[in-house]
Design a protein. Structure first.
Ligand code: PLP
Length: 399
């Protein structure tokens, strides 16, 4: 198999046989002229055709979107990949096809807000119960497994506290109990971690973040075996219809081509900024898996070949300081999202997020507060000069 840099550049791509074009074509066509009739339903089409399937309609499949899917599969070393219109479209496609009424979902108690809110507010309406546990504590996972449990969903590193979950250990538990394991690996990217090699059944990415990398295209993907992904393609993609635009696929593929080198630069910058923050008198705890002070640094060393560019930190008077930062930061954008070449920072108040989203109490709340205190500044370290980022931070942290 070619190396990761070669796979990022060439994966899924081929020169155009008609023109010799070196860059991939952007095929915006929604429909495709067919050589012969092939039915009017994805199912009729599947039984009618053999071998390489012709393109029919872009909701069923599109050459540019397929090119991106193949590139992502090459990066993640996955058999197959299905792309969606956003990370949330990918997440909900997986949950809604893997689970049915009466099933129970076990998930980490800290994860992307949209995922946590969907699991708590929407899944119960479809008859799926959810239990959220601190997945960094394997005993909490074991204790929460019920006869109806069907899937374990984890996110590592977890948004916004950068707490890690041991994927191989959770995969072991999942196997013992015959459960599916899904890993949201958006913060790690395939450059850091390959959850499928560690025993996961599914990997989910928001392509909007590092993989696209430039803050100009929403997208999402689920990766795994062709067999496991089949219902995602036919039911969730073709019938629910949250397909990725070919234009976004083209932009994301261009971003993905430089993912390995960007992740090296993100990590280098984040290490510098994390060290600067750790030594800053106005800063409390800094959460970055690449710092030896991270309580799970040993797991990070084992599980992450790259520590990525995400960190969070505490500073006194967080919410007032956040208001000041929004006005006074000059290089870093005070904005949600992450993984872009531009540095992005946002304030996540503990009481507010626990109330609206995580609903933590007791030991789980204490576990969250250990990382987050009253709130954290989540910083996505971009590709600017780290010295400029540190200067920008120093100005808004001092005084
Ligand atoms: C952003 C994000 C998502 C959702 O992705 P969208 O592309 O915004 O829909 C899911 N999980 C994680 C970890 C994310 O950061």
């Amino acid at each position: 198999m070619p190396g990761i840099n070669t796979r990022a550049v060439h994966g899924g791509e081929a020169t155009d046989p008609n023109t010799g074009a070196s860059a991939p074509n952007l095929v915006m066509s929604t429909t495709f002229a067919m050589q012969e009739p092939a039915g009017f339903s994805i199912h009729a089409f599947e039984t009618a055709s053999e071998g390489d399937k012709p393109y029919v309609y872009t909701r069923w499949g599109n050459p540019t979107v397929n090119m991106l899917e193949k590139k992502l599969a090459a990066l993640e070393e996955a058999e197959d990949c299905v792309a969606f219109a956003s990370g949330m479209a990918a997440t909900t496609a997986l949950l809604s096809t893997a689970l049915k009424p009466g099933d129970h979902l076990l998930m980490s108690d800290v994860n992307y807000a949209g995922t946590a809110e969907y699991a708590r507010a929407t899944l119960p309406r479809w008859g799926v119960a959810t239990t959220a546990v601190d997945s960094s504590d394997l005993s909490q996972i074991e204790a929460a497994i019920q006869p109806a449990t069907r899937m374990i969903w984890i996110e590592t590193p977890a948004n916004p506290i950068l707490r890690l979950t041991d994927i191989a250990a959770v995969a072991n538990i999942a196997k013992q109990h015959g459960l599916l394991l899904a890993v949201d690996s958006t913060f790690a990217t395939p450059i850091a971690t390959r959850p499928l090699h560690l025993g996961a059944d599914f990997v989910v990415h928001s392509l909007t973040k590092y993989i696209g990398g430039h803050g100009d295209a929403l997208g999402g993907a689920v990766l795994g075996s062709t067999e496991r992904l089949e219902p995602l393609r036919t039911q969730a993609l073709v019938h629910v219809g949250g397909v990725l635009s070919p234009f976004n696929a083209w932009l994301i593929a261009r971003g993905a081509a430089t993912l390995p080198i960007r992740m090296q630069a993100h990590e280098r910058g984040a290490k510098q900024v994390a060290t600067f923050l750790q030594n800053h008198p106005a800063v409390g705890r800094v959460n970055y898996p690449g710092l030896t002070s991270h309580p799970q640094h040993a797991l990070a060393e084992r599980q992450m070949a790259n520590y990525s560019g995400m960190l969070s930190f505490q500073a006194p008077n967080g919410s007032a300081r956040a208001r000041r930062m929004a006005k006074e930061l000059e290089v870093i954008h005070f904005a949600v999202s992450l993984g872009h070449h531009r540095s992005l920072m946002y304030w996540i108040d503990t009481d507010a997020i626990v109330e609206s989203t995580f609903k933590l109490a007791g030991k789980q709340l204490a576990g969250y507060r250990e990382f987050a205190g009253d709130g954290v500044f989540r910083l996505s370290v971009g590709l600017e000069d780290a010295e400029d980022l540190c200067r920008d931070l120093d100005r808004v942290l001092s005084g």
